[in-house]
Design a protein around this ligand. Structure first.
Ligand SMILES: Nc1ncnc2c1ncn2[C@@H]1O[C@H](COP(=O)(O)OP(=O)(O)OP(=O)(O)O)[C@@H](O)[C@H]1O
Length: 666
């Protein structure tokens, strides 16, 4: 079979164009990407060889080798990992399978500066070779295939690539980069290459080797000395997996580089925790909390960020059984000493060891969050109770000094990025519900920033106040102008604003905090208990009695829209508002569900009217037709006030216009 030409998939061509045409601010990352791919290829071989040791052929020692030829201007990265068959080379190096990278290309704008920043966020793996090279040659053979089934892949990084069969005795992949201009000067230098590997790839668990060089003096008088290669290979990284090293031997920079390798995030993490856990099940955990939400956080298929190793052998990426889904933003590594090497995803779901690990990971992440939350608040909270269930090293918010975000601002940053995900835990993780509840923060009538904890709220509750009051709304502005708030404002009672979509669902699982019930002010009748004085109560009762005939009439006119009509004391400036019965979906939630195409049971809200409002008092002496018009306006306005739409908007407009033009009876 001879050479075949293939066109790159359109997205690849786009990425390549960007890589080669935009000034890449950080060209050296190509080496990190290629070494990381080489190490992954070795991990894959080790994993496949668990069931098929013959794949090791006669070279069981896995390593990555980097060499260069300054005269030919080439740099070579070679691994003896899994390698690729011809089909694999064409598919893996000519198309983009990863949804992340595909999303990346769909977001390209054509503006080089913006696109170059984007590329930084996503990373483009193998294609980063073309940042520095104008020609890339990949020679590879898949483990287990005969030497005659090697393949050579060549591309100039433009529209196409060539593939031809070759003899390739050694298993694995050799990538040769032909460096161009500046890049040749910059990178064809042993010292420079070593320093880059130390910076980015030191944590790689296999040896990364380079040819040993020695200083040789000039042979003749006046001839300059130079470095010459000795023909021996030396290992230039530590070659032990980072998480297996003692904490004291790992620098913040190394922790951060490892995080960036796991996450492809360019920013440092907010915090990490590294522990050896001993007890009924033994494992090492290294968990990171990112400082920024990934683009697919809300994607239901978002993969878990935990890599599973068993006794240092890589088993799988995205091991979702190791953390509950509400902590899906965490990246890290879990290395178990007890799980079998052939553990499958199915087995993971059922294993008791895995359950213990998952609980341990959950506690650890919550502990990190508590430490951050504590650093953010001047006064100590219960959050600093140390976790004694894990026998492990202490875990503070490690890595604090390495991040530009000040310690006391970290929790707010975390919460802005991931707070809504954390709330899912209220419904998902009953065992830790109290710990999660302590981590919640809200804006409120007393604070525009999302910073009020339930404990803060409780601490400043009014004398006689029996509940923690909150309101759910689509956004802060809607929450703040909600009619239901009026009485609370007047009495100076704090109300929490819950404006995340998940809030109402999540609050369905949190009925009390530290012995105090949580009460939505848009549900059920308000009972301010001791906060309402006797006079107000009397006035309300009198109003109810006096309004009875009006209420009866309103009920009759609005029987299709409202479940009930009653007078309320909760309103001050507004004529009316809608409430739902305790335990019912709020109107806002029902709207959200309907928008999402979910079936929502037909339910009618209760209309509450303010007997002190002129529009309501006016009802008392209206003739029937006007009464009906006003009643509908009153109801529709209450719907509008909470962000909904009247059932028949055109009829609403007609009615209001009639009133405005003094033509109400028409
Ligand atoms: N040295 C190698 N040995 C074997 N296969 C490789 C090697 N380098 C790349 N590949 C294959 O090419 C694919 C594409 O590589 P690329 O670096 O673009 O993406 P990735 O490694 O899947 O993603 P990422 O770099 O974001 O982790 C890899 O998934 C792998 O299958």
């Amino acid at each position: 079979m001879s050479t075949q030409k293939h066109a790159f998939q359109a997205e690849v061509a786009q990425v390549l164009h960007l890589v080669t045409h935009s000034l890449y601010s950080n060209p050296e990352i190509f080496l990190r990407e290629l070494v990381s791919n080489a190490a992954d290829a070795c991990d894959k071989l080790r994993f496949e060889a668990l069931n098929n040791p013959a794949l090791y052929e006669d070279a069981p020692d896995l390593r990555v080798r980097i060499s260069f030829d300054a005269d030919a201007k080439t740099l070579t990265i070679e691994d003896n990992g899994i390698g690729m068959s011809q089909e694999e080379a064409i598919a893996n190096l000519g198309t983009i399978a990863k949804s992340g990278t595909r999303e990346f290309t769909s977001r390209l704008t054509g503006d080089q500066k913006a696109d170059a920043q984007l590329i930084g966020q996503f990373g483009v793996g193998f294609y980063s070779a073309f940042i520095v090279a104008d020609k890339v040659i990949v020679e590879t053979r898949r483990a287990g295939l005969p030497a005659s089934e090697g393949v050579r892949w060549i591309s100039q990084g433009t529209g196409d690539f060539e593939v031809e069969p070759i003899e390739h005795a050694e298993r694995g992949t050799r990538i040769t980069l032909h460096l161009q201009g500046d890049a040749a000067e910059q990178f064809l230098n042993g010292w420079k290459l070593k320093s880059i590997i130390n910076k980015y790839s030191d944590h790689i668990s296999l040896p990364v080797q380079m040819e040993k060089e020695e200083w040789k003096d000039g042979e003749k008088e006046g001839e300059p000395g130079r470095m010459v290669k000795t023909g021996e290979w030396e290992t230039i990284n530590q070659a032990s997996a980072l998480w297996t090293r003692p904490k004291k031997d790992i620098t913040d920079e190394q922790y951060i580089a490892f995080y960036q390798h796991l996450s492809h995030d360019f920013a440092p993490p907010l915090a990490w925790s590294h522990n050896k856990v001993e007890g009924s099940t033994e494992y090492t955990q290294l968990l990171y909390i990112p400082s920024k939400a990934p683009h697919d956080l809300w994607n239901r298929d978002k993969k878990a960020g935990i890599k599973l190793y068993v006794k240092r052998v890589f088993i799988m990426d995205e091991a979702e059984a190791l953390l509950p889904s509400y902590l899906r933003f965490v990246f890290g590594v879990l290395d178990s000493a007890d799980l079998p090497l052939n553990v499958s995803r199915e087995l993971l779901q059922e294993s008791r060891d895995v359950r213990a690990i998952r609980d341990g990971n959950t506690r650890r992440v919550l502990g990190m969050l508590e430490a951050m939350a504590q650093a953010a608040s001047a006064k100590p909270t219960d959050a600093d109770v140390t976790d004694v269930t894990d026998k492990s090293d202490a875990s503070k918010t490690e890595g604090a000094q390495a991040n530009a975000i000040p310690e006391e601002e970290k929790y707010a940053r975390f919460y802005a990025e991931f707070g809504a995900v954390l709330k899912e835990g209220l419904g998902e993780d009953f065992a830790n519900r109290d710990r999660i509840a302590k981590l919640l923060r809200y804006a409120s009538t007393a604070s525009d920033t999302v910073s009020v904890s339930l404990a803060d709220y409780k601490a400043r509750m009014k004398e006689g106040q029996k509940a923690i009051y909150y309101i759910t709304a689509d956004n802060l502005a809607a929450a703040k102008s909600s009619p239901q708030l009026e009485l609370f404002r007047k009495k100076g009672i704090e109300v929490l604003f819950m404006t995340d979509r998940v809030d109402e669902w999540a609050m369905g699982f949190l009925h009390e905090f530290d012995g105090t019930p949580l009460q939505s002010i848009a549900k059920g009748a308000v009972d301010l208990g001791d906060l309402q004085d006797e006079e107000e109560r009397k006035a309300a009762e009198e109003a109810a009695a006096q309004f009875k005939p009006v209420l009866e009439k309103l009920k009759q006119v609005l029987k299709d829209e409202a479940e009930d009509v009653r007078v309320t004391t909760r309103l001050v400036d507004s004529p009316a508002c809608l409430v739902v019965k305790d335990g019912q979906l709020s109107n806002q939630m029902a709207r959200l569900l309907r928008q999402a195409g979910q079936p929502v049971p037909e339910m009618k809200p209760v209309l509450e009217v303010n007997p002190a409002h002129p529009l309501v008092t006016k009802l008392q002496d209206q003739a029937d037709t006007q009464f009906e018009e006003l009643a509908h306006i009153l109801f529709d306005q209450a719907v509008l006030a909470e962000g909904g739409l009247p059932r028949d908007p055109a009829a609403y407009v007609r009615r209001v216009n009639n009133v405005l033009t003094g033509n109400a009876a028409a």
